[in-house]
Design a protein around this ligand. Structure first.
Ligand SMILES: Cc1ncc(COP(=O)(O)O)c(C=O)c1O
Length: 360
């Protein structure tokens, strides 16, 4: 697909525009009032999503942030503590919503480079009943792990964590914004990846390329509470079938192609790693995300971004982690090669003369 504004946009898979099939489905969507449970397209989307993830029920929401927030609220009582990793999206990029709106303090645990929290640390940090201790309300994990370069967590890891959490009666929620990328990378059905977990939020508006929406899945009782919370935060919708129709196309037509994005991300990462002055942790590049760092002695992050934009390529700033590129359905093999050429040229133009070299 041509780039709508002429740029190769690698900032995120959220930049994707709806496919022609999505636009057709939106135009023709059957709709009703979703707050009466009467929107047939939303109902189809919720049923299909719950089935794909092997859970009882689902609730369609406007964003991943809202999905995580109302799922966490549904697991916790006021004042409960939320256990989460120190690199997770909920902690970094979701305005501290559960703490601010729900009165739920965050307790962050160390995350390894593959997005995992050591189950022994989780066991140590789940509170025992004692005056002064908050009750541990929920444990949050993330798959694929965005700030860990799209690393993929395995269902065996989840099963181990769940055993620890179950022993103390703590539910486990997954921020599975890119759960189908994780499933594709593992070569497993998504339902198998999340089988041991209590609730999952996943996004239609990322690698699945839909314009709007995420969904929360879990048991029927839990989803009834999530639905109540969605209303509480002003997120209940009416004729939402118009957007749910595009999400359904994402779910049915865009999952199978994800390995293509992963292959391109791999090529990007390996190409970047060959550019002198660029560091990439290749082991963590397991899906459609590449996090890399140009040598700050050669070029600042801002200069790198500006240089790439001049060459027609957008990348995003990941602060101390460096920079991020994400592949998606609007990125072709040629785009990847072009991005690598621009990055290579930029670094070469900033290369530091070797120590002892004479300048003529
Ligand atoms: C891992 C992860 N979780 C949650 C979200 C939040 O999704 P939204 O932007 O729809 O609120 C994102 C968004 O980029 C994400 O990458």
């Amino acid at each position: 697909m041509a780039h709508p504004d002429g740029f190769i946009d690698l900032r995120s898979d959220t930049v994707t525009h709806p496919t022609p099939a999505m636009r057709r489905a939106m135009a023709e969507a059957e709709v009703g009032d979703d707050q009466y449970g009467e929107d047939p397209t939303v109902r189809r989307l919720e049923e299909a999503s719950a089935e794909k993830l092997g859970k009882e029920a689902a609730c369609y929401v406007s964003s991943g942030t809202m999905g995580n927030l109302i799922a966490i609220l549904a697991h916790c009582g006021r004042g409960d503590e939320v256990l989460l990793g120190d690199e997770c999206h909920v902690l970094w990029y979701e305005s501290g919503g559960a703490a601010t709106l729900g009165g739920l303090p965050f307790n962050k645990l160390r995350t390894d480079r593959f997005g995992r929290i050591d189950p022994r640390e989780i066991a140590d940090m789940i509170r025992i009943p004692r005056a002064g201790y908050p009750r541990t309300g929920v444990l949050c994990l993330e798959n694929t792990h965005n700030r860990c370069g799209g690393a993929v967590l395995h269902p065996d890891y989840f099963a181990g964590v769940k055993q620890v959490a179950d022993a103390r009666g703590v539910p486990v929620h997954l921020d599975g914004a890119r759960i189908f990328n994780a499933a594709a990378a593992l070569g497993l059905p998504a339902s198998e990846v999340v089988a041991s977990l209590d609730s999952i939020q996943f996004c239609f508006s990322k690698a699945l390329a839909a314009p709007v929406g995420s969904i929360v899945v879990g048991s029927s009782d839990f989803i009834a509470r999530v639905r109540g919370n969605r209303k509480l935060v002003g997120g209940a919708m009416r004729q939402a079938g118009v957007i749910a129709a595009a999400a359904l196309v994402g779910l049915t037509e865009m999952v199978e192609r994800l390995p293509e994005d992963h292959r391109r991300a791999r090529r990007l990462a390996e190409g970047l790693a060959q550019i002198p002055g660029v560091t990439v942790d290749l082991e963590t590049v397991q899906s459609n995300i590449v996090i890399f760092k140009p040598d700050p002695a050669q070029i600042t992050t801002e200069e790198f971004i500006a240089g790439m934009v001049e060459g027609g390529v957008r990348v995003s700033n990941y602060g101390l982690r460096g920079l991020r590129m994400v592949t998606h359905y609007q990125i072709t093999d040629d785009d990847v090669e072009r991005a690598l050429r621009i990055a290579g040229g930029l670094m070469e133009s900033r290369s530091v003369a070797p120590v002892g070299a004479t300048v003529a």
